[in-house]
Design a protein around this ligand. Structure first.
Ligand code: NAD
Length: 441
């Protein structure tokens, strides 16, 4: 089947390459000429495990191609996926300008019956607006469907190959049939394909992200209480997460969630509620808790040093919003850096893959180190922000040699407080009760 994928971001590139791997003929189109040039040269512009192999394999076989021309991509395609950005508008709503512009261009380019599928995360009612835009320019019949994307950055290729479920929102049976056929080989049992009306599919994506974000903010709120009452939120997490009705996923307290989706999707959902006169109290609280939580780690560091970081060197481990990605969008590390710099701290950072992106955003306002321990040379404190595997078990004796001070701030509750304290460090996690007095090294 010939497929056009509009947008080569995290979603478009992974799903486009994934569809090609399933044997389809996929053409990916993007406005960003530099991005397309790089893809045509065989370079992969984002960090995603397994993605380069998938792209190289399928381009070699001629099943995956890249272009800046909408007409070339859409010509002959029976399925066209819209996977462009839907950032927050100033009023919190989803800015649909990229989606609607893409729909207009697709409408002008289709050359026969075409199924246009919204893969971008879009508010309820967007499919109807896409249909209107298509109708303005199209000279051929088309159907519009919703197929929201649930991939996790850092594990996106796996998610594509083994989806927990595929949601299809469609009123036209031809769309249901084509999408069912497309996904057949990655769905071993039919109960993981959930077909529903378009509006419900659009809402499902927001509901899923809001629930995941709710679990994190709930634990972050409990972490604050745990700190106040002298309990350890990690023990609480294990105790509650072992109940199968609750489950153990997404219950980690930390320095706040980031990424391009949770924050903007919470705000867009809340905006949809307002438009329909339904006040979504929980959804708003989840975002508020996160905004506050993003500052908690920085507050611990600054108060440890008496309210000012003048003359203090802070080593920061991890910049990406989560491990296995180079994505810095809404990354807690960026908020933390701003906070620590406002307190006049000198920052030296290390991240296994996100440093090139970070240099573009941060310039020379922070130092960058070639390895984790180089970042800690002469540091008064070390802060863990992103729990990359290589940063989860520090070599305490090496740190004791490289660091000037002995303060450790674990923004992801990854390190053993006992080991750290035994090695002579002051340890502070998130929601881990009252820290024991620091032991002299
Ligand atoms: P992105 O910003 O990384 O990529 C979007 C791409 O679309 C950009 O490269 C941009 O140049 C291109 N584009 C915009 N308008 C275009 C047009 N008219 N024609 C051709 N190209 C165009 O975005 P993303 O992270 O891939 O997210 C895309 C959508 O998927 C968003 O709605 C997002 O909420 C949703 N989503 C993202 C994730 C994720 O983890 N990133 C997961 C699930 C869903």
């Amino acid at each position: 089947m010939k497929i056009a994928m509009i947008g080569t971001g995290y979603v478009g590139l992974v799903t486009g390459a994934g569809f090609a791997e399933l044997g389809n003929d996929v053409c990916c189109v993007d406005h960003d000429r530099e991005r397309i040039d790089r893809l045509c040269r065989g370079e992969v512009p984002i960090e995603e495990p397994g993605l380069p192999e998938l792209i190289h394999h399928n381009t070699r076989l001629g099943r995956l191609s890249f272009t800046t021309s909408m007409a070339a991509a859409v010509a002959g395609a029976r399925l066209v996926f819209i996977a462009v950005g839907t950032p927050s508008a100033p009023d919190g709503s989803a800015d649909l300008s990229q989606v609607l512009a893409a729909a207009r261009e697709i409408g002008a380019a289709i050359d026969g019956f075409t199924i246009v599928v919204d893969k971008s995360t879009v508010p309820v009612g967007t499919a109807e607006r896409v249909r209107d835009e298509l109708a303005r320019a199209a000279r051929h019949e088309f159907a519009v469907a919703s197929n929201p994307e649930f991939l996790k950055e850092g594990d996106a290729v796996n998610d594509f190959m083994k989806p927990a479920r595929v949601v299809i929102g469609a009123d036209d049976p031809r769309a249901v049939e084509a999408l069912s056929e497309l996904y057949r080989s990655v769905l071993r049992t039919s109960d993981r394909m959930i077909v529903m009306d378009v509006r419900s599919a659009e809402l499902t994506k927001y509901a899923a992200n809001a629930m995941l974000a709710t679990r994190i903010s709930f634990m972050n709120e409990l972490a604050r209480l745990a700190e106040a009452v002298g309990a350890d939120v990690e023990s609480v997490r294990l105790g509650m997460g072992s109940d199968p009705r609750i489950g153990n996923k997404f219950l980690f307290a930390g320095c706040g969630f980031g990424g391009s989706c949770f924050g903007k999707d919470l705000r867009a959902l809340s905006h949809t509620g307002k438009v329909h006169d339904v006040h979504l109290t929980i959804v708003e609280a989840v975002d508020d808790v996160n905004v506050r939580q993003r500052r908690s780690l920085g507050r611990h560091v600054i108060s440890h040093f008496g309210g000012s970081l003048t003359g203090k060197r802070i080593a920061l481990w991890g910049l990406a919003f989560k491990p296995e990605t180079d994505d810095l969008r809404e990354a807690p590390a960026l908020y933390l850096i701003e906070q620590l710099r406002a307190a006049r701290g000198e920052i030296v950072a290390y991240d296994p893959v996100a440093m090139p992106n970070a240099k573009l955003v941060l310039g020379d306002t922070v130092g960058f180190a070639p390895d984790p321990y180089a970042a800690t040379i002469g540091a008064d404190a070390l802060v863990l922000v992103t729990e990359w595997r290589e940063l989860r078990q520090p070599d305490w004796s090496r740190l004791a040699q490289t660091m000037r001070g002995n303060a450790l701030f674990d923004g992801r509750n990854q390190w053993s407080p006992e080991h750290a304290r035994r090695a002579g460090f002051f340890y502070r996690g998130i929601g881990r009760g009252l820290p024991l007095p620091s032991v002299e090294g």
